[in-house]
Design a protein. Sequence first.
Length: 87
Amino acid sequence: LEEWDDPVLEPWEVTRASGKRARWRCRTCDWKWVAPVYSRTRSTSPCGCPACAGFVATETHNLALTCEESGGRLAHLPFEWNHPTKR
């Protein structure tokens, strides 16, 4: 319940197996995301913060930063990026 951050849905309104989607806020990085209650409360492999897990680009975790910190090993990647709005 430390990471529960839903302004509409209250924790006592759902069960741990509920498929209702609730808003969460990471206590480590303060990232906010929406996930079903059951995915956060299951006993085997509960999901955590997608930003801390590296599934979301943030200011401290992104491809551009990784390329810069690679010591030149990944320096070619930004030039190969084929973004649809930057052609």
